[in-house]
Design a protein around this ligand. Structure first.
Ligand code: ZN
Length: 249
């Protein structure tokens, strides 16, 4: 019986219609902690739980406190793509991977060179004025002292989906389509407990569901391959195709 790593390597070798669906665990290997898992830290510093601070209502009422938490816990401008992001971008270039669907807002898949990236929760790299709609860069948010304000007087808001806000229906449709058409679905770095993750993978119709997560997930029993290991190391090993790492680096 071959182990999960070996089987995943074979599956990737054989398929040219792979879709990847990833959660916070993909980014933790780039040094971005899941803001939900930092309990001890934020409880000492912030008067509200993260789900409250990162809500639409809170943003409108207490933008300054929102931005303090957001800069502190969600923005990691020094973070770089890890082996998982790089392996996935490589598989897309080889025509094997059709889409990356991510719940992360850190933009690391795009930084790694992936093109068809469906960022379900938006991206910290995009920001816009709530009054006139003007776009602002991540640098503008980082370099603002308090609440970033547009010259028109409007508050600048990150293009990330806050609690109480609905997901972009067009993005959801694209994600559903990609997952529905996938031959192989690789899910990584998510326990699949949180909406919309659990609902999305129910659209998968294929017969090769691969779960890579350090801990057990709600879908382990439905998966064809379950790998409890680092997602970066796993994808890095599994995505190396013969001839790829030859003399011509
Ligand atoms: Zn404006």
């Amino acid at each position: 019986m071959k182990d999960g790593h070996e089987r995943l390597k074979e599956v990737i070798k054989e398929s040219d219609n792979i879709v990847f669906f990833g959660g916070a665990g993909v980014s933790t290997e780039s040094g971005i902690p899941d803001f939900r898992s930092a309990d001890g830290l934020y409880n000492m510093k912030y008067a509200y739980p993260p789900e409250t601070i990162l809500s639409h209502t809170f943003f409108l009422r207490h933008a300054s406190e929102f931005y303090s938490f957001y800069r502190d816990k969600l923005l990691h401008p020094g973070a770089k793509p890890n082996k998982a992001h790089i392996a996935l971008a490589g598989l897309e270039r080889q025509g094997k991977l059709k889409a990356v669907v991510t719940q992360n807002v850190d933009g690391l898949h795009i930084l790694a060179g992936s093109v068809n990236v469906i960022e379900l929760h938006g991206s910290a790299y995009r920001n816009y004025c709530m009054l006139c709609g003007k776009s602002y860069s991540l640098d503008y948010i980082i370099s603002s002292d308090d609440v970033p304000i547009c010259p028109c007087g409007g508050t600048v808001k990150p293009d990330v989906v806050l609690f109480e806000e609905v997901l972009d229906q067009q993005l959801m449709d694209r994600a559903v389509q990609a997952i529905r058409k996938a031959e192989v679905l690789v899910v990584g770095g998510t326990s699949l407990n949180v909406y919309p993750a659990a609902g999305l993978i129910q659209h998968y119709k294929g017969n090769m569901l691969v779960l890579i997560n350090k801990t057990e997930t709600a879908y382990d029993r439905y998966a064809n391959i379950v790998i409890r290991d680092s997602i970066g190391e796993t994808l890095d090993k599994a995505a190396i195709m013969p001839g790829m790492h030859g003399w011509k680096q």
